[in-house]
Design a protein around this ligand. Sequence first.
Ligand code: ASP
Ligand code: MG
Length: 265
Amino acid sequence: MKVLKFGGTSIGTPSKIKNLTKIININDKNIIVLSAFSGTTNKLLEIINENKKIKYRCLLIEKLYNEYILFINELFTENKEYINKALLIINKSFDIIKKSDIKLSKNILAQGEIISSNILYLYLTSINIKCHIISALDFMKIDENYEPIFDFIKNKINNIINNNIDKYNLFITQGYICKNIDNEIDNLKRGGSDYTASIIGYALNSTEVQIWTDIDGMHNNDPRIIKNTNYIPELSFDSAAELSYFGAKILHPCSVLPAQKKKYQ
Ligand code: ASP
Ligand code: MG
């Protein structure tokens, strides 16, 4: 099974979601790991931080909600009956987002990935692509040091996949989100979806972990600062890890480790 991770910018518009069907080979066994749509996590953080200015907070929530309504109306133009189904998903998440209880912060942050993965699932279903959505909260777990508990994850995800592998080729799950040692909703820190993808790759003994994003690869310099940089076609795990530790935004710094660990096992 291959792991295909799509970042927020590669699924951030309805046309980009539609484009995914050109990238995924539905006859192969794949698991898609999704980030929240681009900008969502930042906006959720802003909403959480504005828990004292109630009016402004409500305004931010309304703005984000309206963006999602526009999004689903555009995504399901050909299948209008799916708009209501998508609306149910969005409303359920926004019921949580609207709560200003600080204890719910991590749960609020998780709604970005919960919405994007469920919307992709609905979209694929609407165009008759058979797929199965699995909740990362059922298998992704971190310990008291915020490190993934590999044995637990491996066990759980293999069980879930094995129970469904005869019926489905394509699985969808959320990046970034997890449960912590107290069984509360938590996350793998900003940019953590890459990490989710490689942890899953390790756990499922995958042949490949693909990280799809809005740039064609790791470059020989920072393209945000230097003009005319080139992508590097092949990199060792060590160099990739080093580049991401020193600020290459393309990869979460920890995400190389599970793949490297697998290689030397
Ligand atoms: N949505 C989360 C973030 O923006 C995780 C990710 O995109 O990888 O940090
Ligand atoms: Mg990223």
